[in-house]
Design a protein around this ligand. Structure first.
Ligand code: ADP
Length: 380
């Protein structure tokens, strides 16, 4: 009884409007989500990036109908998370890192079949689907092995198979590679990408601590902290927020005219010998700041005219970590001392003000991109 796959004219895969979630923890309330707006198009690979306590899990629980929002509205492919939970559960699934669901005494095959029955597949259909997925995730050799004997990486492959049993339109992945070694994590990423690419419209919402993973997988990313979305954009758009100029490192066999000759060229803001350059080395390293990447052509032509040969050329790229530090005011692993989001408790006067604070750092361009899902761009 798998749900139909999404067709052409679909509502947003995820639509979140003004969602707040307050936990009634003693002695103070905790504002886990302080008014979130988010739109994810069908077929998008979307990432939520934020430190512990940012509100990622709370948002995922609301979207997967496990938790009610305190206020605001959220829809999955048009279905309301409060009113249409059964319809949503048929078209979504979730896999979390370090997940221990099921029973260790069952074999991989038995365990997955048990879940197929929870998801409402017929008995025979269940076995067929289980065997297909066991092959798809690369657990063929372990299919009759007890779950308790699987390695962490194999267990996570089995969890991925479980997450695909009901043929979801949208897959929520909460830290899916947590604790996995490099090879196992890569295996999970490839699995997800292959699954998504197989059918247009399949959508993924990923939360992760791993910046490089978000950068590699996600078409768009929301950076979250203190229950707010601080910025939304493609990884490149986010990085451009912290780096307006184009910065290159050039290595040359020689530069007889000196760096001043480069600094005078059109489009070159500055040219300086690299501080870390090895004085003994038979090469000259130069850090170049250009007004934009296009100015590089003129530099290359000028160097040829000066008789210098380019031995290496590398663009200095900011990372998502740089973006995070700029927006949040601290590194991912650093202690939270309050940060720009301020007090999160809802008990007192001051915190009520923090709660009302608008999300003011999301650029207008990001709002535009996120409010107009474009199927032709996201489908492969
Ligand atoms: P993340 O997934 O980004 O680490 P969470 O959504 O788990 O963040 O948590 C957001 C905030 O809500 C945190 O301050 C956390 O302590 C609080 N919180 C989460 N679940 C509960 C709960 N059941 N009761 C009280 N506070 C909670």
């Amino acid at each position: 009884m798998s749900a139909e796959q999404p067709g052409a004219a679909l509502p947003a895969a995820i639509s979140v409007r003004g969602v707040r979630r307050v936990y009634d923890a003693k002695p103070n309330q905790v504002i886990a989500l302080a008014g979130v707006d988010l739109e994810v198009a069908p077929g998008e690979f979307f990432g939520l990036l934020g430190p512990n306590g940012a509100g990622k899990t709370t948002l995922i629980k609301i979207l997967t109908t496990l938790l009610l929002p305190t206020s605001g509205e959220a829809r999955i492919f048009g279905f309301d998370v409060v009113e249409e939970t059964r319809r949503i559960r048929r078209i979504m699934n979730m896999v979390a890192g370090g997940e221990q669901s099921g029973y260790g005494i069952l074999t991989v095959r038995e365990q997955l079949w048990m879940f197929s029955q929870f998801y409402g597949l017929g008995s025979r259909e269940g076995w067929t689907r289980v065997d297909q997925l066991i092959e798809a995730v690369g657990l063929g050799e372990q299919r009759l092995q007890r779950v308790s004997t699987l390695s962490t990486g194999q267990r996570q492959k089995m969890n991925m198979a479980r997450g695909l049993l009901n043929d979801p339109w949208i897959l929520f992945l909460d830290e899916p590679t947590l604790g996995l070694d490099v090879a196992a994590a890569r295996g999970i990423r490839e699995l997800v990408l292959d699954w998504k690419a197989a059918v247009p419209g399949r959508t993924v919402l990923l939360t992760t601590h791993y910046m490089a993973e978000a950068d590699e997988l996600c078409e768009r990313i929301a950076i979250v902290d203190h229950g707010r979305i601080l910025a939304i954009g493609t990884p490149d758009e986010l990085k451009r927020r912290v780096q307006q100029e184009s910065i290159f490192r050039l290595e040359l066999d020689h530069l007889d005219e000196g760096v001043a000759a480069l600094a005078r060229l059109p489009g070159v803001e500055s040219a300086a010998l690299a501080a870390d350059a090895d004085a003994e080395a038979q090469r000259v390293a130069v850090n170049l700041v250009l007004t934009d990447d296009a100015a590089l052509g003129g530099v290359v032509t000028a160097l040829a005219g000066l008789g210098s040969h380019i031995l290496a050329l590398r663009k200095s790229e900011p990372t998502l970590e740089d973006v995070f530090v700029e927006l949040v005011g601290r590194g991912f692993g650093d202690e939270d001392t309050g940060g720009p989001g301020g007090d999160r408790t809802g008990g007192g006067q001051g915190s009520a003000t923090a709660d009302e604070k608008p999300i003011d750092v999301v650029g207008d361009d990001a709002r535009e991109t996120s409010s107009e899902p474009n199927l032709t761009e996201t489908r492969r």
